[in-house]
Design a protein around this ligand. Structure first.
Ligand SMILES: Cc1cc2nc3c(=O)[nH]c(=O)nc-3n(C[C@H](O)[C@H](O)[C@H](O)COP(=O)(O)OP(=O)(O)OC[C@H]3O[C@@H](n4cnc5c(N)ncnc54)[C@H](O)[C@@H]3O)c2cc1C
Length: 498
């Protein structure tokens, strides 16, 4: 299968770069690329005290934990509810015409993802570097439609100050974020200490306003930037660390040839029969020396240690004996998950190219961001228009029926790429992470104060049950964070005495 369109992904950190036309790396003077995974967190050498370990979940956190444990000589069993590895790294192929696939989970890797890249290298996976569309991007914002060619200056339809209009979005990000974040951000060991920790007390909106950003500038970010999906509900610290401290520090961004799920699939292949698919964990009993894990299908597994990498909303559905400590339950309940949903509409051809636009669009309509997917081997054949909807709009979309989604988003799509109704071939595929029983939401999305109040509690083991997964790391909502958390939990098990 060949690749889909060169822009064939969704709103993401990658699109931030895409929209502004260059990597942030060039903006960071002297502080570049300082976020390697601490080698001290990886297992080296075989254990003198090998343990039986059950890893729950075969997403990137679980796979990374299992791979590390095996390197340490431990006996590992992975229990995974789905019939595939990867969890929220998920490449959809079946719903689409021949020659097209699309990510319905994580979109882009950064070169700054040191642990992820070490596995990508190990398996010889090929990267597709991000490329800027040469034809205009469409913006439908505040009732106005703009077709913006690369490098073109336009009047942004928001109430911006004259200086902000002059700076444009990139200039504003530079002025309000990059130039203002504490220098300490370049060193990951500072990420959970002052002065960075002070950022956790502010929402992203408050931070931006504190730097002089107008409401119009924040509104523009909100409708075009992943990191600003919910500016009033996002801890400024997580924006600083995940998006600017880690992702944007990479010199470039990429997807994987054949789909991002080729990484978890390669890891899973190496783990082979140690992964048990279709094993939906229901309960974890820590009341005796051994931990017992029971699945919906009746299978039980006992282990010296368990690494639980379930998404945080799913952890709340597991029956723990004895109960989880109250503070952990509260933290799990309180920590929000970002709503992220997508609808993919089949069309009989990439008809938008006749209007000399790239197909990529940023909108404040229910379509959210629109991403085209084209079979590059046969560019005039059936194509797909993806709506990547996040934040408040995704919350609404998650409550809609299929018919409502088709009607509401289809109508908005007509505004974005006129002619849609004529070309839509009645094929629609919808992915809601909130309605996915094995995710119950998109990635965790810490609000103001959440990191300081809850992160350590979320990370803390309960007896011999260790918790990993993207929500247990300050690098929330990243593949790298998930992998690092798994490796770290494995090291804790490896080092545990007795
Ligand atoms: C739409 C979207 C876009 C994203 N974009 C990016 C991006 O561009 N770049 C980036 O770096 N990150 C991105 N992310 C974040 C990234 O995907 C996650 O941080 C990462 O994949 C989480 O891995 P995990 O192992 O912690 O969780 P998961 O991948 O969710 O793994 C948990 C596993 O547990 C399994 N499971 C659930 N319930 C049970 C049960 N009861 N019993 C057994 N198994 C169970 C699940 O099936 C799953 O396999 C995105 C996420 C989403 C949803």
């Amino acid at each position: 299968m060949s690749t889909s369109s060169n822009s064939g992904t969704g709103i993401s950190r990658k699109d931030f770069i895409q929209q502004f036309g260059f990597g942030m790396a060039g903006l960071y003077s002297g502080l570049l690329f300082a976020s390697p995974f601490d080698a001290g967190n990886r297992i080296t050498g075989l254990s003198q005290d090998p343990k039986r370990v059950v890893v729950i979940g075969a997403g990137l956190a679980g796979l990374s934990a299992a791979m590390e444990l095996i390197r340490g000589g431990h006996q590992v069993t992975v229990l995974e509810a789905r019939d595939r590895p990867g969890g929220r790294v998920s490449t959809a192929r079946d719903p689409f015409p021949e020659g097209i696939y699309a990510e319905d989970g994580a979109v882009a890797f950064s070169e700054s993802y040191t642990l992820a890249n070490s596995y990508i290298e190990k398996y010889g996976l090929q990267k597709i570097p991000w490329t800027f569309p040469e034809t205009p991007i469409t913006y439908v914002l505040n009732g106005k439609t703009l077709q913006v060619a690369p490098g073109e200056k336009v009047e942004w339809p928001f109430d911006l100050t004259p200086e902000e209009q002059e700076l444009g979005p990139m200039g504003m990000v530079n002025k309000y974020i990059i130039q203002t974040l504490p220098q300490e951000i370049s060193d990951p060991s500072n990420w959970d200490k002052q002065p960075l920790l002070a950022l956790d007390q502010k929402s992203m909106s408050e931070y931006l306003k504190g730097q002089g950003a107008s409401d119009g500038a924040i509104e523009l970010f909100k409708n075009t930037q992943w990191f600003a999906a919910l500016p009033g509900e996002t801890s400024a610290l997580t924006m600083a660390v995940c998006d600017f401290g880690l992702f944007m520090r990479g010199p470039s961004f990429f997807t994987l040839v054949g789909g991002n799920d080729t990484l978890p699939r390669a890891m899973a292949e190496e783990l082979g029969s140690q992964i048990n698919y279709g094993h939906v964990v229901k309960s974890i009993d820590t009341s005796s020396e051994q931990v017992t894990v029971t699945c919906e299908n009746g299978a039980t597994h006992t282990a010296d240690h368990v690494i639980c990498t379930l998404p945080h909303k799913v952890v709340r559905t597991i029956n723990f004996t004895p109960d989880l400590p109250a503070e952990k339950t509260e933290a799990l309940e309180h920590l929000p998950a970002l709503s992220l949903s997508r609808a993919y509409f089949g069309v009989d051809q990439p008809y938008w190219s006749a209007h000399q636009v790239s197909g990529l669009a940023y909108t404040d309509l229910m379509t959210g961001q629109v991403v085209p997917h084209v079979n590059m081997d046969n560019p005039d054949s059936d194509a797909v228009l993806e709506c990547y909807v996040y934040g408040e709009k995704a919350r609404d979309m998650d409550t809609m029926t299929g018919e409502e989604i088709t009607e509401v988003l289809g109508k908005a799509m007509e505004e974005v790429h006129p002619g849609f109704a004529e070309h839509y071939n009645n094929n629609i595929y919808v992915k809601s992470w909130k309605n996915d029983p094995y995710a119950l939401g998109g990635p965790s999305w810490a609000g103001p104060g959440d990191i300081e109040k809850y992160l350590k509690i979320l990370q803390a083991p309960v007896g011999k049950v260790h918790f990993a997964g993207e929500y247990t790391t300050i690098l929330r909502s990243t593949m790298e964070g998930a992998m690092r958390s798994g490796a770290k939990a494995a090291k804790t098990v490896h080092d545990a005495k007795g």
